[in-house]
Design a binder for this molecule. Structure first.
Ligand code: RB5
Length: 158
């Protein structure tokens, strides 16, 4: 059974789902640690990019295996998290996309929108997400490697 350290974050628009899914993760034997970067109850700051970058940085620096981000739509979170080198973040609200985000794309970060999807589906998708592991020997690995190679080619350009 895979075991995960999960970083989790939201903005004010995703706070309620973040708390509910965090509680699920804390009760899930596949989750060994939950790192909550905020926001806290009643907080309207930071905005979504700050939480996204914090979660993605935990993943990129190896303190977390996975990241889960909730905002209003899940869109801004993915845009911001994908700016962190080494991170592949996606927005997904259906079972097949959640599965493929891991098995095809080796995405470490899943983003969802509290204003888009019902809470029970969001909880189910988060639960399913923990069951998938990327296979480095799969045909998808060569495709993901193209992304990594491009990212590596940018190092030292600034
Ligand atoms: C609210 O700030 C809303 O724009 C945000 O939660 C998110 O949906 C952005 O992508």
């Amino acid at each position: 059974m895979p075991k995960w350290r999960v970083a989790i974050g939201s903005d004010d628009a995703g706070y309620d789902y973040k708390e509910k899914i965090k509680a699920d993760f804390l009760a899930d034997e596949r989750v060994t640690e939950v790192i909550d970067v905020g926001v806290g109850a009643g907080e309207t700051f930071p905005y979504y990019p700050t939480s996204a970058i914090a979660v993605a940085t935990h993943v990129a620096e190896g303190r977390a295996d996975r990241g889960l981000l909730i905002c209003g739509t899940g869109l801004g979170m993915a845009i911001a998290a994908d700016k962190v080198p080494g991170v592949r973040a996606v927005t997904a609200h259906d079972s097949y996309s959640v599965e493929r985000s891991v098995l095809s794309n080796n995405a470490q970060v899943l983003c969802m929108g509290q204003r888009v999807v019902g809470i029970e589906l969001a909880r189910r998708l988060a639960r399913e997400w923990l069951s998938y592991e990327f296979d480095d020997s799969s045909p998808s690995a060569a495709k993901v490697a193209v992304i990594t190679e491009y990212e590596d080619s940018l190092k030292g350009d600034s």
